[in-house]
Design a protein around this ligand. Structure first.
Ligand code: ACO
Length: 403
């Protein structure tokens, strides 16, 4: 805490907290993390129970409205989401404006931002009904948009949503069906996909959620705010870690090379970090990583590739790191991204789709947090202060007088 009277001559005090390591930006009733115990609750329900007993759309309802739905509420909610899975035909042109080799996250930032131009009324964020419709549209359309970004990147035609399929199966269908052959969705893989969505659905005030809140605090259009969240999520220190993690595991390649990479992660002169390890809040196991590890075992067993070398490297890397003095002393444990890529790769996704899948799963969390903020009469525009350390006041020097 600094006394800024010395700096600015004002009778005021502020905290200087780079990276917001100890500053709460809001109060919230949505998600709770106990980083020391390694616990995560959505609206009070532990993530392990939701991953085992619930499913993604039910979790979406819980995050948005605060309670688990009754049977009727769930059916109504699923119908409302299903009604909005199609995107406007004109949006196809947006995709076609991108290079084929664009990263799907880049495409998604652009296309989701462009939705604000299709749904003008959503800019009226003071209207609760507009907020509700925008929420449903986003949850419904993000899988379609992510799948379209993927199809475009591999040069295949877009696959339209099939509304008789559940949310996860429909996403797999839109990614893997081709005109001549409908993808046969295995219920176990669909269940694993749904669990990945559930585990990523919200995570309190992480960088991308804070970005959505900050963007939304000015009253900006919700689609534009979610586009800002997608942009923030993309970075390798955040959602981009799932792609970076699988690429690292592949680079390690074999169990014998693990000590070399552990040594690099400990070397302060080497910028290399073990991707999928460490977390700002968890100083214990990330509970999502445990569920993800079980899921990876199940999926690889189901696909008959339980001896997958990447999974073997991941498990051995985890074992060695958890016994290593450096990782123990810094409380660095596997996070959600450590095993998710292994599952997604086994399902047939390229690494470039890992972060888009994170983005579509997290959309409900962003929206729930945005709605909570906009609906709060105390909401103020977010406006951090700074500690100015630049030049003192000085006079302009004419060009010909400069040294
Ligand atoms: N490998 C090696 N050392 C690490 C790692 C790692 N993965 N993570 C942190 N450290 C070390 C740092 O070098 C630092 O050491 P020091 O005290 O000697 O300086 C110490 O642990 C603390 O690290 P910070 O970067 O200060 O911790 P912060 O809370 O700011 O960062 C982060 C958290 C960004 C997640 C970090 O652990 C990291 O870069 N991990 C790898 C990327 C990753 O997996 N990101 C996904 C996070 S989960 C998510 O967004 C879904």
């Amino acid at each position: 805490v600094l006394d800024i009277r010395k700096l600015y001559g004002q009778a005021d005090v502020f905290t200087y907290d780079p990276g917001f390591t100890s500053t709460a930006s809001c109060d919230s009733t949505i998600t709770f993390i106990d980083g020391d115990k390694g616990e995560l609750w959505y609206r009070g329900y532990p993530i392990e129970q939701l991953a085992a007993k619930s499913h993604y759309l039910e979790v979406c309802f819980l995050l948005l409205y605060g309670e688990l739905p009754t049977q009727d509420q769930l059916v109504d909610f699923e119908n409302r989401v299903t009604r909005h899975t199609m995107v406007h035909e004109q949006m196809h042109n947006f995709f076609r404006g991108f290079r084929r080799d664009a990263h799907p996250m880049a495409t998604m930032v652009g296309v989701v931002g462009a939705m604000s131009a299709f749904y003008h009324d959503s800019t009226d964020v003071g209207d609760p009904w507009q907020r509700e419709v925008a929420s449903i549209r986003l949850i419904a359309k993000l899988p379609t948009i992510a799948a379209m970004a993927y199809k475009y990147s591999i040069g295949q035609p877009f696959v339209y949503p099939q509304n008789e399929l559940d949310y996860a199966s429909n996403f797999l269908h839109m990614c893997f069906s081709v005109p001549a052959e409908k993808y046969n969705v295995d219920p176990a893989l669909s269940r694993a996909m749904d669990r990945i969505f559930t585990l990523h659905a919200d995570h309190e005030q992480n960088a991308s959620t804070s970005t959505v809140r900050l963007a939304g605090s000015s009253g900006a259009n919700p689609f534009a705010c979610i586009a800002a969240g997608i942009a923030c999520l993309w970075g390798p220190a955040h959602g981009g870690a799932n792609q970076a993690c699988l690429e690292m595991l592949r680079e390690i390649g074999s169990v014998e090379r693990i000590p070399e990479f552990i040594a690099r992660a400990k070397d302060k002169d080497d910028p290399f970090r073990l991707m999928g390890f460490g977390h700002r809040v968890y100083k214990n196991f990330d509970p999502r990583a445990r569920v993800m590890k079980e899921s990876a075992d199940e999926v690889l067993e189901l696909l008959g590739i339980a001896n997958n070398p990447t999974l073997q490297v991941a498990k051995e890397l985890e074992r060695i790191a958890l016994e290593d003095e450096y990782f123990v002393s810094k409380k660095l444990y596997p996070n959600v991204d450590f095993y998710s890529g292994i599952i997604l790769e086994a399902m047939g996704f390229p690494t470039s789709m890992f972060t888009p899948i994170f983005a579509l799963s997290r959309t409900v969390g962003w929206i729930a947090q945005w709605k909570e903020m906009i609906g709060d009469p105390q909401n103020k525009i977010g406006r951090p202060r700074q500690l100015y350390v630049g030049a003192d006041k000085r006079d302009y020097v004419d060009l010909d007088a400069r040294a």
